[in-house]
Design a protein around this ligand. Structure first.
Ligand code: MG
Length: 415
């Protein structure tokens, strides 16, 4: 009954974070190809978007983080066959459900860790669009990926580029990873000049279109710091083997230098759909519409050294990655917390990195944190004086940062 063998070739995926930037672009890739079935979707609370996704893609399950919104959505889509689930249990149910092969993890924050691990346990390949997973739990995820023999397919443009550069290299040793960075909207600025940066300024990224948290992280270069840590885990190299190269136009998406000095680079227009599609069809390259690089109008590619003095977040990320253990967890938690505060206009722009620094200084490192410790160990939480958890934080681990983040940072020694 299937002369074209079409059913056999249907890919089946689930997407956590289907209403966000990576999630919606994943659905664009699904639309453009026509041979991918979306069996599960999940998002935080945007049920308008989820409803239209349910009507367009008919997933078997849809998860909503917010319980109340989940109930509301269940009423709205009662005429469909999609089952509505909620909370972490909902995400886990989607992660381990039968009948799909690739989980796209595109949720922002540490919320992605448990479902990612559950999916690996269930033998699913992971299209990894969530940085926090490897940054904070790489020591737990990587051994699990090896044990379960699943594929960890990078979705982030830089890591996809590195992954593409390694294709066909038959395990040749990496001498150095050259991770490119645009430098963000404040490239070339001194810290002093960044004093009065407003949310609106930081949300303007010169090249890529991304979610708000990621855009702020790009402006502080914390994002690049997280990517260095992520690269360390994904490609099994040391922190010092990952060199950040500023390349303002984001033409080169990253490079790999081998032991004979050869450098392989992946170039392209800044379009996240390419790395997403590459992850979903790996190792096959599918045709994709869109702009192509125009070398004649580009004329030159400019390189620069990263500025660790003025972009403290990048320097602190390196320190965190080198220290390892629970330090990257605290770095990440403090950053999630501080960025939420900045987006809520509660703190100034430079206070983001001040908070990171304070959190790291006051943290006592745990060498091999367990999953529970990564997600928020008992006793590590200092209650704020108001007796309430900070607003807008849903991650227990953010409490790690909370007590520390309120303290003023120790003055930095003069350089
Ligand atoms: Mg990136």
């Amino acid at each position: 009954g299937d002369p074209l063998g079409k059913d056999k070739q249907m890919k089946r995926i689930a997407i956590l974070g289907s209403t966000g930037s990576i999630g919606t672009q994943t659905l664009d890739v699904v639309r453009a190809n026509g041979d991918i079935e979306v069996v599960g979707i999940a998002a935080g609370r945007n049920i308008d978007a989820l409803e239209s996704q349910i009507r367009e893609f008919s997933p078997k399950i849809c998860g909503v983080w917010d319980e109340e919104k989940a109930k509301e959505l269940a009423v709205r889509v009662a005429d469909t066959d999609t089952k509505i689930v909620s909370g972490m249990e909902g995400l886990l149910e989607i992660a381990v459900m039968e009948g799909y092969e690739i989980l796209v993890t595109a949720v922002v924050g540490m919320i992605g860790i448990r479902p990612t691990m559950a999916a690996i346990e269930a033998g699913k390949d992971i299209a990894l669009g969530n940085k926090e997973t490897l940054v904070t739990a790489g020591h737990l995820i990587i051994p699990l990926v090896k044990e379960k023999k699943v594929r960890l397919l990078p979705v982030d443009s830089e890591h996809s580029a590195i992954f593409q550069c390694l294709n066909g290299e038959h395990g040749n040793k990496i001498e150095k990873i050259l991770l490119t960075a645009s430098g963000g909207p404040f490239r070339g600025w001194a810290r002093e000049q960044m004093k009065n940066v407003q949310v609106e300024d930081a949300l303007k990224h010169p090249n890529w279109s991304m979610g708000a948290k990621l855009t702020i992280d790009s402006s502080t270069m914390v994002n690049k710091g997280l990517e260095v840590m992520e690269a360390k885990w994904l490609f099994d190299v040391g922190m010092d083997d990952v060199q950040v190269v500023v390349q303002p136009k984001s033409v080169i998406h990253s490079m790999v230098q081998f032991e004979d000095g050869a450098v392989m680079a992946q170039l392209g227009t800044p379009d996240m759909k390419l790395p997403i599609q590459y992850a979903l069809y790996y190792p096959e390259r599918r045709p994709m519409r869109g702009d192509r690089l125009d070398f004649w109008s580009m004329k030159e590619i400019i390189f620069d050294k990263p500025d660790y003095e003025n972009f403290r977040g990048l320097a602190l990320a390196r320190e965190a990655g080198k220290a390892g253990g629970s330090v990257p967890v605290v770095f990440n938690a403090a950053n999630e917390f501080a960025v939420a505060k900045f987006l809520g206009k509660k703190i100034s722009y430079l206070e983001i990195t001040d908070m990171l620094e304070a959190a790291m200084e006051h943290h006592k490192k745990i060498a091999h944190p367990s999953l529970d410790e990564v997600l928020g160990p008992p006793g590590s939480c200092r209650r704020p004086r108001t007796g309430q958890r900070p607003r807008g934080t849903s991650q227990p681990s953010q409490r790690w940062a909370w007590g520390y983040a309120r303290r003023p940072p120790r003055p930095r020694p003069e350089r």
